[in-house]
Ligand binder design. Structure first.
Ligand code: SF4
Length: 506
């Protein structure tokens, strides 16, 4: 049982003893009590993070630190699987990496090759059976899989396989790939993986471990970030470069669209399972998801966000007393906006980092008093001031309304909202948890109507051209490109109807 689960049951017992019947809350908390809407954190959620090691005696410990660096990509579950000659050793649990793993848990995970995973469920339920890496018995031995992304045609493939007698252990779409590998006519695992990947459509970064091989694969459009690194003679794989920095590794290169990399005792082999075209990496990685110290396609995320802030300032200057960014993802852009305009950057909003997963939900009375769990305005900074508030995106609009109101309650005389992306109008089918179109405020209202809905004095979204220019500086060249479908409705793959029904969320 993971520590997170233990602490929840301990609190439940404590509640029973003390007669306290407040519910335990285990999700994100933004700022209950403001505006009386009681909604949760109205932000997009990243789908997962993967980390792999080949050829290092401390593979499990490196994986633990790698997962820790990737924790922002998923907080529901964490897992590590190592390969030790003929055996797989693994541990998975619900919660953060630090809750799932202790020294005692890591000690049995011997072996020099490993894959590891942090999960936010966009497909499949949030339960331990779906925690990755998923482990399977394959006719050639054991197989472990970890993925970041979404297989859009998973439901169709799954139904067909079930008709042919396949029995699924989980509701995760990653298991679909395992079945396709197992049913391939190829005995050679690399050929079987290629065969399986040729049948799936979607956005994915896969790590596959066998007793003597580590296989990495990126979807044919390169939608998800996926990088290769080195640590001495060992090879590393990660969703983001920040994980290499965490373990003292160095960045080698980004995986290419449609590429398959195989590591075995003969070394590092570059291969393909699909023709790779122009890359269409998710623009939201630069805008919001990735850590600022990560580089995607050699572009530093903090620098890209800062340029977005500068472009915003050029597109929609507004005289004010201070600029503030919504923590954490909009701080870089706010610094850029301030640099461009000469308006001072101030810490007008503070995030409480210690809310934690198991948190006693406030009573209705406390909510109405405006108990601020996750974000506070710094009264002495914003009181009597005209504030420019920089944020990365507006999804439903409920969060923006709360933050604007928070600043007004703290005494801001004007609140001008500047958003570092174009209006978010279309759902994502590539593993990002987005509401359906009806709930996306930008799909339903004009910019002026959104301004009114979020109670801002003025509102401006960064243009798509401005966003591309800001992201693109320093890009590798022709092969680099972006998916911007949630802004422009141009999806880089054909969208399977069933993915639309599920809006990519489940
Ligand atoms: S649709 Fe939007 S969130 Fe989804 S992959 Fe494309 S840019 Fe990213």
């Amino acid at each position: 049982m993971s520590d997170a689960v233990k602490s929840k049951s301990t609190l439940t017992k404590l509640n029973a003893l003390t007669g306290n019947h407040q519910e335990l809350w285990t999700g994100e908390y933004y700022n209950e009590g403001i505006g009386g809407q009681g909604g949760l954190f109205d932000k997009l959620n990243e789908e997962c993070g993967v980390f792999g090691v080949f050829g290092h005696p401390d593979a499990a410990s490196l994986s633990y630190y790698g997962l820790h660096a990737l924790q922002h990509r998923g907080q529901e579950s964490a897992g590590i699987c190592t390969a030790d000659k003929d055996n797989f050793n693994y541990h998975r649990g619900m919660g953060l990496a630090k809750e799932v793993f202790t020294n005692e848990m890591l000690a049995p995970l011997v072996g020099s090759n490993s894959i590891a995973h942090v999960r936010y469920s966009t497909a499949g339920e949030s339960k331990l059976a779906n925690a990755q890496p998923l482990i399977f018995k394959y006719r050639e031995g054991d197989l472990a899989l970890a993925t970041n992304g979404n297989i859009d045609n998973a439901a169709i493939i799954r139904r067909n396989l079930e008709k042919q007698g396949s029995i699924f252990q989980t509701t995760s779409d990653t298991e679909v790939l395992a079945h396709l590998i197992a049913r391939s006519k190829h005995d050679d695992i690399v050929e079987a993986v290629k065969d399986a990947l040729g049948q799936v459509v979607g956005a994915y970064a896969f790590l596959i471990l066998t007793k003597d091989k580590l296989i990495a694969a990126l979807d044919p459009n390169g939608l998800r970030p996926f990088v290769i690194g080195k640590l001495g003679d060992a090879y590393l794989f990660a969703s983001e470069t920040c994980a290499f920095d965490a373990v003292g590794g160095t960045y080698l290169r980004d995986m290419n669209p449609g590429e398959l990399v195989v590591l075995d005792r003969d070394g590092f082999h570059e291969d393909r399972f699909a023709e790779g075209g122009k890359r269409a990496v998710c623009a939201m990685e630069y805008i919001y998801f990735a850590r600022p110290d990560s580089d995607i396609d050699t572009i530093n995320v903090h620098s890209a966000r800062k340029r977005m802030g500068k472009k915003l300032a050029m597109e929609a200057f507004m005289d004010a007393d201070l600029v503030t960014g919504v923590p954490d993802s909009s701080i870089s852009a706010a610094i850029g906006f301030a640099e461009q305009t000469g308006i001072p950057y101030e810490l007008g909003l503070i995030k409480n980092r210690y809310t934690g997963r198991t948190f006693i939900q406030p009573s209705q009375e406390l909510r109405e008093q405006g108990v601020k769990m996750k974000l506070s305005a710094v009264r002495k900074v914003v009181e009597g001031k005209r504030v420019i508030m920089i944020d990365d995106s507006i999804v439903r609009g409920t969060t923006s309304l709360r933050i604007v109101n928070l600043l007004r309650e703290a005494g801001a005389t004007e609140v001008h909202v500047r958003i570092t992306s174009p209006p978010f109008m279309n759902p994502c089918y590539y593993g990002i948890d987005t509401p359906n179109r009806k709930e996306l405020i930008a799909a339903q209202k004009t910019v002026e109507e959104i301004r009114v809905a979020i109670n801002a004095d003025t509102l401006h979204f960064l243009s798509q051209e401005g966003m591309v220019e800001a992201m693109g500086e320093g890009a590798q060249g022709e092969a680099s490109g972006y998916c911007m479908a949630c802004f422009d409705n141009k999806y880089p793959t054909e969208i399977v109807d069933e993915a639309k029904i599920g809006c990519g969320c489940d």
